[in-house]
Design a protein around this ligand. Structure first.
Ligand SMILES: *Cc1c(COP(=O)(O)O)cnc(C)c1O
Length: 363
């Protein structure tokens, strides 16, 4: 079976370095908030050209703690997309704030910035764009609206480590950028992990306290926080992979270009607007024949996944928000037509050709 992502292959290539760093950490007996976490934080901050980076336990926590530390909570509204992973909205709800959905663009599948302003109310405190599948949202428009209305911008970069808008890395554009190091993400550890990047030293200090029981150590607690630390072992592994992230993303882009060449006349392929660098966390096609394509791929031993089959406004868990079918027609149509194909740096050209051939013979 051709998998969606082949972590085994990647591990074989970096095994020596991973074992080396693991041995170092295990022998140091410093497992929580030691030198690997701070080294990784510094390197990620430098990579993005920002002042601060804070390692946390997951991408979900990165979003939760950012929203919280920016002073958003009970009674506030956060504008976001209904076409994303559930965690984006969970994080908003954890803080007591309410998500307000805005439909997506049919081509990028990201939040349609031209519809944001009509949804700004007195309660709106932030815009939370998701750079879905590795494709940056329209940050120029989003920043303009935020500035005009005095809103914070929190970027969900869980799927887009290394992606760029106008040469600027996503996550460094808004007030905070939130990353996930879940194993299958573009930059993934061997367990859970996350990070927040930002320029405000004051907000960064708050997040550093929140991730560690509201304390900077020594059992003095300034606020009630939680236990959400990135651990040394994950940071060590991520340091090995961070050195290769540009190369990994370059190969993803190369694979996407080949898919595009072979599929463009048959299905709708992902697009890159002007000044955008997409990092293809997923390579997602759009087709009315999505279900038959998926069946045919399966028959031929090729994995494919529907990200996402139900937009968030129609999820049972979020029924209390009061949205209905028909509220976000573009997201609802996307849920019926998207299909993500195998995508990873080590994916071979011959396999992409085989996948494309199967799709071409189906549509
Ligand atoms: C993976 C993901 C998250 C959550 O990250 P975890 O590390 O799994 O908590 C949030 N938002 C998006 C868009 C994601 O893809």
């Amino acid at each position: 079976m051709v998998p969606m992502v082949d972590l085994k292959k990647q591990f074989q290539e970096i095994k020596g370095e991973v074992f080396h760093v693991l041995t170092e950490i295990l022998e140091s007996s410093k497992y929580i908030l030691g030198t690997k976490v701070s080294e990784f934080e510094k390197k990620v901050a430098n990579y993005h050209g920002v002042r601060e980076a804070i390692g946390v336990a997951s991408g979900t926590d990165a979003l939760h703690l950012s929203i919280d530390a920016l002073g958003i909570g009970e009674g506030d509204e956060v504008i976001t997309t209904p076409f994303t992973f559930f965690a984006t909205v969970e994080a908003i709800l954890y803080t007591g704030a309410l998500p307000v959905f805005v439909d997506i663009e049919p081509d990028t599948l990201n939040i349609d910035a031209s519809q944001i302003e009509a949804n700004v109310t007195k309660k709106t405190k932030a815009i939370l764009p998701v750079h879905l599948f590795g494709c940056p949202s329209d940050m120029k428009k989003i920043l303009n609206i935020a500035k005009k209305n005095g809103l914070k911008v929190i970027e969900d970069c869980a799927q887009s480590f290394g992606a760029e808008v106008n040469g600027k890395k996503v996550g460094s554009i808004g007030d905070a950028g939130c990353f996930s190091f879940y194993p299958s993400k573009n930059l993934g550890g061997y367990g859970d992990g996350g990070m927040i990047i930002l320029n405000s030293i004051r907000v960064a200090d708050t997040i550093r306290e929140l991730r560690n029981h509201g304390s900077r150590g020594s059992y003095i607690h300034k606020r009630v926080g939680l236990n959400s630390r990135l651990d040394e072992i994950q940071a060590g592994i991520l340091l090995v992979k961070l050195m290769r992230i540009d190369e990994y993303n370059r190969k993803r882009r190369q694979n996407a270009a080949l898919y595009n060449n072979l599929l463009l006349d048959k299905v709708t392929c992902p697009i890159e607007k002007k000044d955008i660098c997409h990092v293809y966390h997923q390579y997602t096609i759009i087709s009315r024949k999505r279900d038959s394509i998926q069946q045919k791929l399966k028959k031929n031993g090729i994995s494919s996944v529907i990200y996402y089959p139900v937009p968030l406004h129609l999820q049972k868990a979020l029924k209390f928000l009061g949205y209905q079918k028909g509220d976000f027609p573009v997201a609802e149509k996307a849920a019926k037509e998207v299909l993500s194909l195998p995508m990873y740096p080590e994916l071979e050209e011959s396999v992409i050709e085989e996948i494309a051939e199967i799709i071409r013979s189906t549509v």
